[in-house]
Design a binder for this molecule. Structure first.
Ligand SMILES: C[S@@+](CC[C@H](N)C(=O)[O-])C[C@H]1O[C@@H](n2cnc3c(N)ncnc32)[C@H](O)[C@@H]1O
Length: 282
């Protein structure tokens, strides 16, 4: 065994013990997260906390419940963008909005909302389509620090230039700047965009159904999960959606085997799927 192999074997044990500590002490279950990227994040966290080793990080975490928010924040990857992958928003507008419009009230769940860029992007498009007023959007995440930041609705003004281009590519019909106020290098989103949004902690690994939704967006979250956890989450989504409800995932995600029996792709709408009816052939 080379020194490198020995180091990796030791690190694998340390990560196992860290995961066990998070589960037994705080109830956070990371056992079914993809191991390579989780290991990278645990390593970064040890560096951020200045503990040197992952074992020392585990000891610190076990004895510091007051830092658990910071730990979860460090393990989650809140990377997002306004109107990320515009083709998907265009597809939602063209294929999903007309169906949503037929409901008296619309319920949308955005799972893994990070700092809110995606939920505000959706809110803007719903508003421009005249659907926002009758919508209730639940935006959830595992990280309370991300949720607190999302709730503020304040973003660097420098993000808005590229966002404006993607807004038009997504089918935006006004001007993105009509939806925020610029002040001191910051963009504060119109408070009206938050009125119908409820931000809440929800862990896709352990929490259950809490609403009946017409549309669920869960983009770039399941990529961090192994096949077993993806299957659990897809079943949770199927149980949450109304008959014929829609699921939108990230552009690099396919629904693999578990998803294919529950959802069918919507023709012409990349990354958008529809719940199969129980009698529909797979
Ligand atoms: C890369 S971001 C995706 C943000 C946004 N959906 C997008 O596509 O731009 C992944 C988010 O998933 C959240 N997440 C990770 N594990 C989760 C879990 N078990 N339950 C809920 N959210 C989770 C992270 O905290 C992070 O905010």
């Amino acid at each position: 065994m080379t020194e490198e192999d020995d180091h990796l074997a030791l690190e694998a044990i340390e990560v196992d013990l860290f995961i066990e500590a998070m589960l037994r002490r705080y109830g956070y279950d990371f056992r079914d997260y993809g191991r390579t990227s989780l290991t990278r994040r645990v390593r970064n966290l040890a560096q951020q906390f200045g503990t040197g080793t992952i074992s020392a990080l585990t000891a610190l975490v076990l004895h510091s419940p007051e830092r658990i928010g910071e730990v979860i924040g460090g393990l989650s990857v809140p990377a997002s963008d306004f109107f990320r992958d515009p083709a998907i928003f265009r597809a939602l507008k063209a294929h999903v909005f007309p169906v949503l419009a037929s409901y008296a009230r619309i319920t949308i769940w955005q799972a893994g909302c990070a700092r809110g860029e995606e939920v505000y992007s959706l809110a803007i498009l719903l508003k421009e389509a005249g659907l926002y007023e009758k919508s209730r959007i639940f935006a959830t995440d595992i990280s309370e620090t991300s949720l607190a930041s999302a709730q503020e609705g304040i973003f660097p003004l420098s993000d808005m230039r590229d966002a404006s281009r993607r807004y038009f590519e997504s089918g935006g019909t006004q001007s993105l700047s009509a939806h925020y106020h610029a002040r001191y290098e910051r963009a504060k989103l119109d408070r009206g965009l938050i009125d119908n949004v409820t931000f809440a902690e929800h862990n896709l690994v352990t929490d259950g159904v809490f609403c009946e939704a017409h549309l669920i967006l869960c983009r770039n979250v399941m990529i961090y999960f192994n096949d077993r956890l993806q299957a659990r989450v897809l079943n949770l989504f199927a149980d949450t959606l109304v008959r014929g409800g829609f699921l939108c995932v990230g552009d690099r995600e396919n629904l693999r085997v578990a998803g294919a029996s529950l959802f069918r792709p919507v023709e012409g709408a990349p990354s958008v799927f529809r719940l199969r009816s129980p009698v529909e052939p797979p």
